[in-house]
Design a protein. Sequence first.
Length: 131
Amino acid sequence: MYTIVTASQKGGSGKTTLSGHLAVAACQAGAGEIALIDTDPQGSLAAWWNVRQAPTPHFVKAAMADLEEVLTGLHQAGIKIAVIDTPPAITNPYPRSYRMPTWCWCPPGPVRTTCGRWVRRWTLPSVTASL
């Protein structure tokens, strides 16, 4: 099972949006069973998923302390990719499964350009390119 983590110590950097889009893109690309894991107590990803009409990706709400056990269960259930949305200001100790993801994206958040518009500094590579 591939594990994708979006992490940043800053709130509002785009972790939740990136997590949701990665999981949906993987589903649409036919990458297999995809799980979206919300570890942020704020629950923005859960709110987005509850409004969404599609049954996939699968959604799991989990505490950081339970993440390793949750990932083991998802792997045993046949999940191919787990996308983990993390809360800001995560402190140690990190669960082993969080320290060693297959991919980890750290969106820095928006930056102001010289013309005064806000843009994102990261680009989104294809999730399924290396599957």
